[in-house]
Design a protein around this ligand. Structure first.
Ligand code: PRX
Length: 659
């Protein structure tokens, strides 16, 4: 079965609404529908419910300070430490021997950290960071794959009040340097390598190359030895230190968690925007942690005794919020996996669900589409009965994929939460609550209690049910970004310009997604409305890719758009004009692909590079991207009358269909 079509039972194909079972509802953390009203009537005090999930040194004075909107402050006056909340308090509560992290390497090697183990290693690494000169508020860059040392380093940073900036390991050396430069980060924690589909990858080479591009002094680099004997030949030089040796040197050391103000920065996370420069999204300690703990409790229904697995990479916000901070704040067991879902076989994830008796599983639609394509025999071969709840995130899920997930992974027993949110929102914003809501495949659901999300037209007026518009968030929430690092102006112009009325002190957050709403208030997300692509659930800026292509010798101009892709959702289509004297060739195509991989990483690799003598442009000289998208998708071409060069469209179409 190639597309999974025949694997969906006819009965399910027709069904549009699904209810959680009584059994699920009875045990759910949140099952009283009055919660929506309660939060609305009691806003913003309702958010105390989230703050109460944390342990504080000093209690906060105010829930929300909105005097300087949209620079909102939450839980002002309070002090706390995220590492204490995610680690120590569970040990103090007598749960030190509960598993915090169940890690599995691609080759099947495993490591288990109890909360006590985690506490020990977080302390030792925090002591090492201090000794290396890391002070409170220094940004520490973590360029690491999925090894347990990554969450340990995050928590060690949090312990000493040093914000971390995790750079996804799949990003290139250039991307690392850009992010370290932008954050003025003088410390790097990285790794010698990791395994992908059986091969050992040399990560250190990229890290070293990236360090060369850092335009300020780097005080220290720490390197985790993941590959052991499979490792590549890189001697540690100068200020480079081996993680294992540092831990040995600090064996048994403890570091008191630093009391951080509620609004102190917990971390930076770079994400793609409309322009070429990635945006440093700033999250703070109390609001973010309270929000991820609360949504892990209410949406993921996590209990301390659960084993929970989010198959994302910690290098993205999903991993920050729902592998590390949310689940660990609740004292849950979180699973981490190093490799790909199809190694050594396509049942790897289901084998792990069975082995660890995973209760709650959270993944992305792109993965579900791949599972469907591979066929249901892979999950069918395993006992997945431990699962209680399923979740998805990152892109729209079509009803067919939703139902396949429901039937083949959840055995029609597990509710599914389709959670819409963003790097900037810190945590989930629109989704059903699994113990309350009717599920409608394809629609994320209503905004969470306390979240004022609306679907509006270009004027900001709410649209009628069924009509497409844009999603906005009209009230602040604790997990929201506070600003873009060192760039308040860009923060204002990126998110608050479109719909706010500063004179009236009315601030409306614009996430740049299209959406529609139905008569029950259920929101269906239609996708980005800016120049950002969503490739396999990863957010990539077209401008970033274009500037990488234009950086290749011989390229005069480039336009990048997203084309539909069965598994990835969207794929990168690059239309390229060469300079005079350069010819279209396989070599040139490879150079372009290499240029993108070097500037960003393999995830941004163009699916197709189409050489063309011209790009379709309007009379004012703007590239008509809509047409390029239609061409990529081999759709019928819309109106071309406003083009100054309409004849080029046919030529490009012919090329795309030949490739
Ligand atoms: O377009 C939306 C899409 O992913 C974007 C955010 O990307 P990022 O900041 O990388 O965070 C991804 C993980 C939270 C959004 O603007 N998106 C995210 N979740 C969904 C979604 N689109 C539809 N349905 C979702 N559940």
């Amino acid at each position: 079965m190639s597309d999974g079509d025949g694997e969906l039972e006819a009965r399910l194909v027709e069904q549009e609404e699904f209810e959680p079972s009584d059994e699920f509802v009875e045990q759910a953390n949140v099952s009283d529908p009055d919660i929506y009203e309660e939060f609305e009537e009691n806003w913003p005090q309702c958010w105390e419910r989230a703050a109460e999930m944390l342990d504080w040194y000093d209690d906060y004075d105010t829930v929300l300070d909105d005097s300087e909107g949209p620079f909102y402050e939450w839980f002002q006056g309070g002090t706390l430490n995220a590492s204490y909340n995610c680690v120590d308090r569970h040990v103090e509560d007598g749960n030190g021997d509960r598993t915090a992290i169940n890690w599995e390497g691609e080759h099947g090697d495993t490591r288990t950290y109890t909360y006590e183990d985690l506490q020990r290693e977080v302390n030792e690494f925090a002591a090492a960071l201090r000794e290396l000169g890391v002070e409170e508020d220094d940004v520490v860059t973590l360029y690491m794959p999925m090894v347990p040392e990554l969450p340990i380093a995050m928590l060690a940073c949090a312990r000493i009040g040093a914000p971390h900036s995790v750079v996804f390991a799949g990003f290139s050396a250039d991307a690392l340097a850009t992010r370290m430069n932008s954050a003025d980060s003088r410390f790097l924690v990285t790794c010698d390598g990791y395994y992908r589909r059986g091969d050992a990858l040399d990560h250190m080479e990229k890290a070293n190359e990236g360090l060369e591009g850092v335009d300020h002094g780097v005080d220290a680099t720490v390197v985790v030895d993941r590959l052991g004997e499979d490792g590549f030949d890189h001697d540690l030089k100068g200020n480079q230190h081996d993680w294992g040796e540092l831990i040995d040197d600090h064996s048994g050391d403890t570091v008191d968690p630093v009391e951080r103000d509620a609004e102190d920065m917990l971390f930076l996370m770079y994400t793609s925007g409309t322009t070429g420069e990635p945006k440093g999204v700033k999250h703070t300690t109390a609001g973010y942690l309270a929000y991820t703990a609360w949504t892990s409790h209410s949406v993921l229904d996590l209990k301390p005794e659960d084993t929970y697995w989010c198959s994302a990479d910690i290098g993205w916000i999903t991993g920050h919020s729902y592998i590390v901070y949310g689940p660990l704040a609740l004292g849950t067991t979180t699973v981490m996996y190093e490799g790909t879902p199809d190694f050594p076989e396509r049942d790897r994830l289901w084998e792990m669900v069975e082995e660890y008796s995973v209760d709650v599983f959270y993944t992305a639609p792109t993965a579900i589409r791949a599972f469907m394509k591979w066929g249901s025999q892979f999950p069918d071969d395993h006992d997945l009965s431990s699962l209680r709840l399923l979740g998805t995130v990152g892109e729209p899920i079509n009803p067919r994929a939703w139902k396949w997930y429901y039937q083949h992974i959840g055995d029609e027993e597990c509710p599914i939460v389709d959670t819409w949110w963003q790097t900037e929102t810190g945590g989930m914003m629109v989704t059903t609550l699994p113990g309350i809501g009717t599920m409608k495949p394809g629609s994320a659901g209503p905004p969470l209690p306390g979240i004022d999300a609306r679907i509006v037209d270009t004027e900001g007026e709410q649209v009628e049910a069924g009509r497409a518009g844009y999603i906005t968030v009209n009230k602040p929430w604790p997990g929201m970004l506070r600003t873009l690092y060192d760039n308040d102006d860009r923060f204002l112009s990126e998110y608050w310009q479109e719909y706010s009325d500063p004179d009236a002190d009315e601030w409306v957050y614009f996430p740049e997604d299209g959406a529609k709403i139905d008569e029950d208030g259920y929101i269906t997300i239609l996708g980005r409305v800016d120049d950002v692509l969503n490739v396999s659930g990863h957010r990539l800026g077209t401008m970033e890719i274009e500037s990488a292509i234009v950086g290749v010798e011989g390229v005069a101009e480039a336009a990048v758009v997203g084309g539909d892709h069965e598994v990835k959702g969207e794929a990168v289509y690059a239309y390229v004009i060469l300079e005079d004297g350069y010819e279209e060739s396989e070599e040139m195509r490879e150079k372009i692909i290499e240029g993108v991989e070097d500037a960003i990483g393999p995830i941004a690799r163009p699916e197709q590079v189409v050489f063309t003598p011209e790009l379709p442009k309007t009379r004012s000289g703007k590239i008509m991207r809509r047409l390029l998208e239609e061409i990529a998708n081999e759709e019928e071409i819309g109106d071309t009358t406003t083009l100054r060069n309409p004849e080029i469209v046919k030529d490009i179409q012919t090329k795309v269909s030949q490739d």
